[in-house]
Design a protein around this ligand. Structure first.
Ligand code: SAM
Length: 211
């Protein structure tokens, strides 16, 4: 290696230390950095991970997209994760559409990940597996998100948690996202539902516990 090569490498490291870290981890452990799109703030990731880490039976995610949020949960979870998504254009942003190959890449490190390329309401009809955390981030229109709550909360283990995305404005980062009408209306209704206890809202993520 010449002096010029070394200088070039040092310049790359200085500009992008993250790339070097990822490349070294990839060499040593087979780690693959995530790819694809995800729509979540750092505070929401931290909150999702708090509840994913508490799960003792299983985690369901409705609306996987590219597996960005699934992966964040998998980094701290130690239970099966069931992801459900028909991989259609997103109800609020038609430019967002997930892909199986990207999901497989992002989740390849987690052996207990099970993906269902299907609609949540179809999977709910024959669901048998126990789970104590569900992240609802699928179709955000009021009737559809309400149907997800109606279909899946009865299947959630008592004491388990349910998180709704896009149910309030983002405040922790510079963002114009104020949430979507469907989840906002629904969580206001659920705050009065006596089968659930409202726990907290962090950015657009609202959490309830099943009694
Ligand atoms: C906003 S994206 C999910 C984002 C993902 N949780 C993340 O942040 O990385 C919404 C996804 O919901 C999916 N979807 C729409 N209707 C659905 C349904 N009935 N059941 C499951 N997923 C659905 C769409 O295909 C889309 O990929």
């Amino acid at each position: 290696m010449t002096y010029m090569d070394l200088k070039k490498i040092l310049r790359v490291i200085k500009r992008n230390p993250r790339r070097l870290l990822d490349a070294t981890r990839q060499r040593i452990t087979g780690y693959q950095p995530p790819i694809g799109k995800a729509c979540i703030t750092k505070l929401e990731i931290k909150t999702l991970q708090t509840y994913a880490a508490k799960a003792k039976k299983g985690i369901v995610e409705i609306g996987v997209l590219d597996g960005g949020t699934t992966r964040e949960m998998a980094l701290v979870a130690d239970v099966p994760i069931y992801g459900i998504d028909p991989l259609i254009p997103d109800s609020m942003d038609k430019n967002l559409q997930g892909a199986t190959k990207i999901i497989q890449h992002n989740m390849s490190f987690y052996k207990h990940f099970f993906f269902f390329q299907a609609y949540s309401y179809d999977i709910a009809k024959k669901w048998q597996k126990p789970f104590d955390f569900i992240f609802i981030d699928g179709d955000h229109r009021y009737t559809e998100v309400k149907k997800d709550a109606h279909d899946w909360i009865p299947l959630l283990t008592p004491g388990g948690y349910v998180a709704f995305h896009d149910a309030a404005p983002v405040y922790s980062e510079k963002s114009e996202h104020v949430g979507y009408d469907g989840p906002i209306t629904l969580i206001n209704e659920l705050k009065k539902d006596n089968t659930l206890t409202y726990i907290e809202t962090k950015d657009s993520l609202a959490i309830f516990q099943k009694k």
